[in-house]
Design a protein around this ligand. Structure first.
Ligand SMILES: Cc1ncc(COP(=O)(O)O)c(C=O)c1O
Ligand SMILES: N[C@@H](CCCC[NH3+])C(=O)O
Length: 432
């Protein structure tokens, strides 16, 4: 039936009732029938609850706001998803001109936007300044000077913070660790004070904040507190030098449970960080949080149909119609996602590697899964709401799947399935 050996994550938007899996009030099988597979399905309830947990923890008992959530839309940037968060009161963390365009397309307040990224182009910097974003998080001295030049050309001032690389081990997968001195992100800790001094002398630059983001899928608070202490030490030193910091951006990175991980819950995590800031005497700062995965990861599943069962010499393969092109995380990080049959069947179970049709041996979605399935059955790949569709590709000329948002008994197409002909519509062949 399911991969019994490995626990499934706790989900609020997706439940099993009498052997059938539902997205809120709709059986997954009905969604697959109506919209086809592969299919991304998101639960509005699940992402709303996650946001509200952050929002509540960001408000003190007197109702005073202690921090603001700027959703890191890189995790899932579908307009319907970001619009839900905007309506709930979120700002956004951006990493490209494309994400800026998405935020502006849904009418986000530019003053709710922070813009990070190691390689912002002059065009992207200009768009952010023209839009009037809250802050550009600067990741190198060279970028700082480029921002100053662009602001000078536009005859405006650029609000900036420096992204500190605190050299703290987030104890996560090496590909998604960002706060170690060997990572490309942020300004080396020992160079931060010097760079702030330089920034404060530049004619078009306004120093407004300080920023730190140490990685993703982090399951303990200890590395956050280590990084926070280092950042607050810098804020103290800057104050002594007369450089005033107005906001403190603590980044994102809180992990979710894909199977048996036990990250702190959103409330505990947020309280621990904000109480630490307050205990060190910095509660007056405007505090920014940039969660991505913890808001959407467990609010989405990827539905896929079993094409063939292929008994192998060493392994049995369950070949499905989704692939690494739809969900790249297993191929890229050997990431685990729970996989369940959308409808339980009384069949003999077997152990399978769940694989896609793509022409790569790395094209797998789950390994050694115990499943009771036959051809044509529907599987749900769990915890696929973050870094799922956004990392999809058209490799092997595969159209990207549709995305659906479920709200109670209603399902909405929030992105239509791509059409094969559109994939090469902008290509041209030589005249002869
Ligand atoms: C600057 C920045 N902020 C926030 C995030 C969101 O991280 P997560 O989805 O792990 O919460 C990321 C991604 O790691 C990031 O690079
Ligand atoms: N894509 C990564 C997270 C990257 C976070 C962005 N810095 C994942 O799927 O886990």
């Amino acid at each position: 039936m399911t991969s019994k050996a490995i626990p499934l994550p706790q989900l609020s938007g997706f439940t099993e009732r009498e052997g059938a899996w539902y997205a809120e009030e709709i059986p997954l099988a009905d969604l697959a029938k109506e919209f086809g597979t592969p299919l991304y399905v998101y639960s509005k309830k699940a992402l709303t609850e996650a946001y509200q947990a952050y929002d509540k923890a960001c408000t003190d008992q007197q109702g005073k706001r202690r921090a603001r959530v700027h959703y890191a839309m890189k995790a899932n940037s579908n307009l319907a998803v970001i619009d839900c968060f905007k309506k709930l009161g979120a700002g956004f963390d951006l990493v490209s001109g494309g994400e800026l365009a998405r935020a502006l397309a849904i009418g986000a307040d530019p003053k709710s936007l922070v813009f990070a990224g190691v390689g912002k182009s002059a065009t992207e910097i200009a768009s952010a300044l023209q839009a009037g974003v809250k802050c550009i998080n600067v990741e190198s001295i060279a970028e700082l000077h480029n921002i100053n030049r662009v602001a000078s050309k536009l005859n405006c001032r650029a609000p900036i913070s420096l992204r500190v690389n605190p050299d703290v081990d987030a104890q996560t997968h090496p590909y998604i660790s960002t706060g170690l001195k060997g990572n490309k992100f942020g300004i080396a800790y020992h160079e931060v004070l010097k760079t702030y001094r330089e920034a404060s002398q530049l004619p078009q630059i306004d120093v407004v904040g300080i920023d730190c983001h140490i990685g993703s899928q982090i399951t303990t608070t200890a590395p956050y507190l280590d990084a926070l202490d280092k950042v607050l030490d810098l804020v103290e030193n800057l104050k002594r030098e007369g450089i005033v910091i107005h906001h403190l951006d603590l980044g994102g990175g809180l992990g979710i449970s894909y199977s048996d991980e036990t990250p702190p819950d959103i409330t505990e995590f947020t309280n621990t960080l904000l109480n630490h800031v307050a205990n060190r005497g910095f509660a007056h700062l405007d505090i920014v949080l940039e969660p991505g995965r913890s808001l959407v990861g467990n609010a989405g599943v990827l539905l896929t149909t079993v094409e063939y069962l292929k008994p192998g010499v060493e392994k049995n393969f369950c070949i499905v119609d989704a692939a690494m092109t739809e969900l790249m995380r297993p191929a890229l990080y050997e990431a685990h996602h729970g996989i369940v049959a959308a409808q339980t069947k009384e069949l003999k179970s077997s152990t399978y590697d769940v694989v896609g049709p793509v022409c790569e041996s790395g094209d797998w979605l789950g390994r050694d899964r115990i499943l009771s399935v036959e051809e044509g059955d529907l599987l749900a790949i769990l915890s696929a709401g973050a870094y799922g569709f956004v990392m999809a590709s058209n490799y092997n000329t595969r159209p990207k799947p549709a995305e659906i948002m479920v709200d109670g008994k209603n399902a909405y197409v929030i992105r239509a399935r791509e059409k094969t002909a559109d994939l090469f519509a902008s290509e041209t062949i030589l005249p002869n």
